[in-house]
Write a protein that binds this ligand. Structure first.
Ligand SMILES: Nc1nc2c(ncn2[C@@H]2O[C@H](COP(=O)(O)OP(=O)(O)OP(=O)(O)O)[C@@H](O)[C@H]2O)c(=O)[nH]1
Length: 303
């Protein structure tokens, strides 16, 4: 029995592509909830993971595309990233200690100066750099943005991650949990499952599909035999793209489904039955409704 009050809140995790956000989330959340990839900007979803630390529920909100947005979708992500940061209870900036503060990090640091919530600087990949340069880096970043806490971690090895988790837990506002405990693992998994499928489509078809297809996990049904039945819809912009995704006699979508199923099963740690549907939704990349569904704001102006 514990009288400790429950806490729940949002943490915006900001970091350049490859800074190690996914690796850190995997450590904090304790299971594979985000795709670790050398490819940049693999991330599309907003809630990336939910960690439980004692009586605190820490919901990590991802901030993809905050660095050098190119396409309209990416620009929407930036707006949403800063919007996410504004809504979050705590803002964390993850910096690859080996890369240091480059022009992009510099711009982020400047912007962070205006953020009112508690700010945490996390220097990652400390296994790759000398201690002296870490201290200099921490000092330089703090001079620009004035962080409330600074952590030096190796997300890969897990060094420093527990301390970070404890501090984050203490910064969460008191209140009821926002996700029922039994859904904590599933909520990000649905998102992850969609990302995995999207990545498999990208792996096979990035030359033929001018824009990423968009994947939504429509249903997630835990079955009595311990397996899970997942239905996903792949949205493409045109009928011609639908044909490409399906492939001759459905062979492309079958291969995508098989590859995705293996990886989703690994992440969910149970057998998976995956059903994919491909639908045409014209101009989805320019459709304000789609942005809203993804929790994004439609970017104004032409790009
Ligand atoms: N040596 C070392 N490598 C790390 C560490 N953390 C992450 N990496 C590596 O850095 C690379 C990028 O890590 P990710 O976690 O995919 O980075 P990310 O910020 O999520 O990247 P995006 O999803 O592309 O934005 C991977 O190869 C990781 O294994 C660390 O603490 N030490």
């Amino acid at each position: 029995m514990s009288d400790t009050p429950t806490r729940a809140g949002f943490v915006a995790l900001i970091g350049a592509p490859n800074a190690g956000k996914s690796t850190l989330l995997n450590q904090l959340v304790g299971s594979k909830v985000s795709i670790v990839s050398r490819k940049v900007q693999t991330t599309r979803a907003l809630v990336r993971g939910i960690a439980m630390a004692g009586q605190a529920q820490i919901i990590f909100v991802d901030t993809p595309g905050i660095f050098k947005p190119r396409r309209r979708l990416d620009r929407a992500m930036v707006t949403s990233a800063w919007g996410g940061a504004a809504d979050a209870d705590v803002v964390c900036l993850l910096i690859d200690a080996r890369r240091g503060i480059d022009a992009e990090a510099e711009a982020i640091l400047e912007k962070l100066g205006e953020v009112r919530q508690p700010k945490i600087l996390i220097l990652n990949k400390i296994d790759l750099v000398a201690r002296d340069s870490l201290l200099a880096l921490a000092a330089a970043a703090n001079e620009k943005a004035g962080f409330d806490h600074t952590f030096m971690i190796s997300a890969l090895r897990g060094d420093g991650v527990d301390d970070l988790n404890t501090t984050l837990a203490g910064l969460m506002p008191e209140g009821p949990w926002l996700y029922p405990e039994d859904q904590v693992s599933e909520a990000p998994l649905r998102v992850l499952a969609a990302e995995i499928t999207r990545e498999k489509i990208y792996d096979r078809l990035h030359q033929e599909l001018p824009y990423d297809a968009h994947v939504v996990t429509e249903s997630w049904e835990n079955r009595k035999d311990g397996s899970v039945r997942i239905e996903q819809t792949v949205f493409v912009a045109r009928e011609s793209q639908r044909k490409i995704v399906l492939g001759k006699g459905g062979q492309t979508i079958r291969a995508i489904g098989q590859a995705a199923r293996v990886e989703i099963a690994e992440a969910a740690e149970c057998p998976v039955h995956l059903f994919l549907f491909v639908k045409v939704r014209e101009n989805w990349a320019d459709d304000p409704e789609r942005y809203r569904e993804m929790g994004l704001e439609f970017p104004k102006g032409a790009y």
